[in-house]
Design a protein around this ligand. Structure first.
Ligand code: NAD
Length: 356
């Protein structure tokens, strides 16, 4: 059954309507410690379905998207005697939708689930497209499934308590989707600055709606990522390397910040290898530096960054690093490779743009 996408100002009523249409199944909520305190009280006060659902609460943060937390969730699902007709409702960011979605996909060979993303990143990215999973053996998302939720209920109401850096983190993925879409969508996003106090989270919903359409269009064409879905990895080869290096330095950065810096590096590579228009390179670089700052980088870090990029899941040749690049806005080219000298040259230009 195709995943339903529901955009609403009233997520509680949307949830009640949906479960009524499904014949009022028994539901269980999975949330993390933060969404349990900030989001669940409002949801349970307004929704009969949420009020009646037992709650399974996990730790927050990507470091705990692991087997230990997952085992705890499976145990609680077993104590609640959940069965195939029951429904899991994930209320949280990407950690909850990934881990809760995986728990649902695997418990008794699969329970249905509904996602209620509470971060912008989860709304535009993690809760759409069916990827679920956990980190394992020190590798991000090593174990998981492709399992689409029954529905994803997206509401700007959840974002009111988000710290600005979490909004910016999700906004980076919105920008990435726009680069896969068209010039107008891309340039119009750069007129907004979610870091400014005047930015309203209510105004995010239409931007999220457009962004989700891009992700959904691409995932519908290639759910299991054998072809065009790799376009969604734009910014992520370098971005994951920045994220991992920050972790090694014990100064973790939000995923979307790493993706923003990774997009600048990869748009520079796109210009070098595929002639991507230089005016948009400068535009994106300026926007990212103004809103996300810069990844602290010197040329002494290059060997470690290249080593981290060589572990990217997309690589097939151990000598070459695989990227998704852009020929133009809206024209991604998957399975591009670049040799270390080109990548170092792109990192040099990234440092110039970010004033380092
Ligand atoms: P997250 O779930 O860790 O949420 C970020 C922080 O915000 C957490 O501390 C969380 O408790 C808190 N939070 C959540 N909602 C809140 C709210 N409404 N108000 C206040 N605080 C709130 O991280 P994320 O950025 O949402 O997602 C990152 C995760 O998503 C990573 O594990 C990543 O691997 C995964 N991801 C998955 C996919 C996919 O396709 N499945 C895509 C992108 C990212």
């Amino acid at each position: 059954m195709e995943q339903q996408l529901i955009y609403t100002a009233s997520p509680a009523s949307a949830l009640d309507d949906l479960t009524q249409r499904l014949g009022r199944p028994r539901c269980v909520i999975i949330a993390d410690v933060n969404t349990a305190g900030l989001v669940l009280p409002v949801l349970t006060a307004e929704s009969e379905t949420a009020a009646a659902a037992p709650q399974i609460i996990i730790k927050s943060g990507d470091a705990d998207k692991n087997l230990n937390e997952l085992t705890g969730v499976w145990r609680q699902m077993d104590s609640l005697r959940l069965g195939r007709k029951d429904i899991v409702i994930n209320v949280g960011g990407g950690v909850v939708t990934d881990l809760g979605g995986f728990a649902a996909a695997t418990f008794k060979r699969g329970l249905r689930c509904i996602n209620m993303p509470t971060t912008v990143l989860a709304a535009v990215d993690a809760s759409v497209g069916g990827k679920t999973g956990i980190n394992f053996n020190g590798v991000k998302n090593l174990v998981g499934t492709f399992t689409e939720p029954l529905a994803t209920i997206i509401s700007g109401r959840f974002f009111a308590t988000l710290p600005p850096r979490e909004i910016l983190s999700g906004y980076a993925e919105i920008i990435k989707h726009s680069l896969l879409e068209d010039d107008r969508t891309f340039t119009s996003l750069l007129h907004h600055s979610p870091a400014e106090p005047a930015f309203s989270t209510a105004g995010l919903l239409p931007l999220i709606q457009t962004s989700v359409l891009t992700k959904k269009r691409i995932c519908d064409a290639d759910l299991r990522e054998s072809g065009i879905r790799k376009a969604l990895n734009f910014g992520h080869t370098a971005g994951h390397a920045f994220e991992a290096l920050a972790l090694r330095r014990q100064a973790p950065v939000p995923h979307g910040y790493a993706v923003a810096w990774g997009m600048v590096t990869e748009i520079i590579l796109s210009h070098m290898l595929l002639n991507f228009p230089s005016e948009y390179v400068a535009l994106l670089a300026r926007y990212v530096t103004d809103n996300y700052g810069a990844f602290d980088l010197s040329c002494n870090d290059y060997p470690e960054l290249l080593e981290l990029m060589s572990h990217d899941k997309k690589n097939t040749d151990p000598e070459k690093i695989n990227f998704t690049l852009l020929e133009a806005v809206g024209r991604p080219r998957i399975d591009c490779t670049a040799d270390p000298e080109r990548i170092k040259a792109a990192l040099d230009i990234y440092r110039d743009f970010s004033g380092q």
